[in-house]
Design a protein around this ligand. Sequence first.
Ligand SMILES: *[C@@H]1O[C@H](CO)[C@@H](O)[C@H](O)[C@H]1NC(C)=O
Ligand SMILES: *[C@@H]1O[C@H](CO)[C@@H](O)[C@H](O)[C@H]1NC(C)=O
Ligand SMILES: *[C@@H]1O[C@H](CO)[C@@H](O)[C@H](O)[C@H]1NC(C)=O
Ligand SMILES: *[C@@H]1O[C@H](CO)[C@@H](O)[C@H](O)[C@H]1NC(C)=O
Length: 468
Amino acid sequence: MAASRLKQFCLKLRFKSTQLFIVAGAVLLSLLVTLLCIGLTIRYEVEHEVANVADVDYWKDQVSAAQKVWYDKGIEELKQALRIYSPQTQPRQVLLLLISGISAATLAAARFEEELQHSPFVWDQFPHVARIKNSCSSHSPCDANLVYRSLFSGVPLNEVVNHPCNHTLHSVLRQAQLAGLRTGFVTNQRITGAAAASLVASTNWECDGLMPAGLIDSGCQDVAQQLIFSEAGQALNVLLGGGRQLLSAKVPVYNWDPLDEQLCRARSGRNLLRDWSNQKLKLQPKQRFELLQLATELNTLNATNLDYLWGVFANANLHQNSQAPSLDLMLNKTLEVLRRPGVGHLLIVEHVLQQSVDATQQLRQLNETLTNFMQQQKNTLTLVLLTNGNYLSTSRDVSEETENINLLEDFFELTEVELQLQMQKLPSESLLFAKGPKSLLFYGVHEETYLAHALAYALGLNDFDNQL
Ligand SMILES: *[C@@H]1O[C@H](CO)[C@@H](O)[C@H](O)[C@H]1NC(C)=O
Ligand SMILES: *[C@@H]1O[C@H](CO)[C@@H](O)[C@H](O)[C@H]1NC(C)=O
Ligand SMILES: *[C@@H]1O[C@H](CO)[C@@H](O)[C@H](O)[C@H]1NC(C)=O
Ligand SMILES: *[C@@H]1O[C@H](CO)[C@@H](O)[C@H](O)[C@H]1NC(C)=O
């Protein structure tokens, strides 16, 4: 009897202690949650201290209405700065748009003009900017061919040997090809110019017309030939620009597409356009290719399935032909060729501004073209390099920049206004605007060799991770 009462008592007690545990447990849990919340709130506040600057309105309230407008605007800009984020993933493709023939002063003037209309250039809104030194400035005479080789091979300018025929430097474009990427080069100059030469050729002799006979006899191939016969030239998926008179001896001449007597001309018997087609015809397995010479042909072309596209749209430089295709059209078609599922690409575009046409006008056009292009491309590292380095001169010319330096002494003879104008022509560093995956690589001031190395890294061409 006593035993069963004791048992009941014990059961009741156990029941009560279970309840007690539940209550105590609940209290403890809520305490923990509270602590956690406090901790998180404090951390959030610490992390977002700067982002909440707008909430600190006691200072804002103390300034005049005239200043408050700008305070608010400043806060907006700060907020935007804090939101900047650039993915560190590898870009699928890279566009390098090289705009040359524009000084920092001209760019600033154009920019100021546009700002008045509240329409900034698209590259001015890129999150990252770097300055690329222009070592051309310290060389006398400066050779455009060497500058381009330095820029695209990552070897310092003074280490690039100006060899007549067998440069052995690999360009970043060739590296991209070897890594299986599709590649393209588009220019408003001739396709045999210094930029193209540094990308795919081992010489700077543009064509056979001006090449010394001895060099030809020794088997040296000029740039025009190498575009077709070098490994890099053969692998190039897209090549668009001018320079027909360097490729073929017989070319149609119109008043809207004249010959340029200053440039090299193919020796008689040469027809490299035909040779290119024949070479592509022989490829096994069969490849799809097109060779075009008219803007209208390019306009109607469906390039989506092409393996190779060559367009030679002018006898001389592209802008010397009034009927040449626009950069916009060339880039649209280039994208059609380069784009392939699962395969990346590297596209290098050279655009030399015409000194006879208003620079702002040309920049506006480029702004529109680039905007179009970027809308069609996701996961792209887009680089815009603006330069006034005298990358235009052929190897026989003396750099205009160098001349400017030599003329420094004469400056003291000049009036104030003349002096200002001359100073604006002095060498400047190139500006590089970057947007997209890995654009963080472009910051600060760099030697021109940096571009090639950074590009190779961004595209994953080298096994950098084991080296860094
Ligand atoms: C540049 O393009 C952007 C669109 O990306 C446009 O909003 C802006 O007005 C253009 N600026 C100029 C100067 O053409
Ligand atoms: C380059 O060509 C020159 C002759 O033009 C020759 O003397 C030299 O050995 C060549 N160098 C290489 C690396 O082939
Ligand atoms: C271009 O050709 C591809 C494949 O042949 C086709 O799918 C596409 O619709 C064509 N594009 C146009 C604009 O005709
Ligand atoms: C290039 O493509 C863009 C986007 O599809 C288009 O807006 C533009 O009109 C095209 N330009 C030309 C010249 O075909």
